[in-house]
Design a protein. Structure first.
Length: 196
């Protein structure tokens, strides 16, 4: 009887460990491959959404520089205002957030406010030039600048949607991330959307 009892007591932990190992068995090769593909696609989607948004913003800043270049070709303009606006546009490029610093919502707000202020000054300065009508490119560039400014929200929503998918994936598959990528650290992506 003692033998059976001893054997039973030895078998219980072994059976328990075997059951645990069975339940937490590693993923099949096909499942790992499928998750890898999904992870890679989600990562590409986030990066592409970021690149699209930044390229559009770069285009807006470049058009702001180009319109000031056009002003420089005209005969009469306020040199102090011209120099000040050039500095403001350059400062915007330096101030803009990146994927790490955008976790600071105050920085995004500051960038948006300064962009809006600079755009307002640029429009007033340009359209008040006596030669404005003689330089149709100025009007075209102003229109492109404001169209790009109107697209900011759309690009941010697209980025947030991609980032949310990424964040959900790394949450859902946290225990298997080591099988999917050689990266050791997986941070949730910051969002433009403010938490509720």
């Amino acid at each position: 009887m003692n033998f059976l009892k001893s054997t039973f007591l030895l078998l219980v932990p072994i059976l328990f460990l075997a059951a645990c190992n069975k339940n937490s068995s590693s993923l099949s090769t096909d499942a790992v491959d499928s998750l890898k593909l999904t992870y890679q696609q989600i990562t590409v989607d986030v990066e592409q959404a970021w690149v699209d948004m930044i390229m559009d913003d770069d285009g807006k800043l470049e058009n702001m520089r180009r319109i000031l270049q056009e002003v420089g070709y005209s005969d009469s303009y306020n040199r102090l205002k011209f120099d000040s606006l050039n500095k403001e546009v350059d400062a915007l490029a330096q101030l803009r957030y990146d994927q790490e610093s955008m976790s600071d919502s105050d920085l995004i707000t500051l960038y948006d406010e300064r962009t809006g202020t600079t755009l307002g000054k640029l429009m007033t300065f340009t359209t008040s030039l006596p030669q404005f009508e003689q330089y149709p490119l100025m009007g075209t560039l102003l229109q492109e600048i404001f169209e790009a400014d109107d697209r900011v929200l759309r690009y941010r929503i697209q980025y947030d949607n991609a980032a949310k998918s990424y964040n959900q994936f790394i949450t859902d598959h946290e225990s298997n991330l080591g099988l999917l990528t050689s990266q050791e650290i997986h941070h949730a992506k910051a969002l433009f959307e403010l938490p509720e």
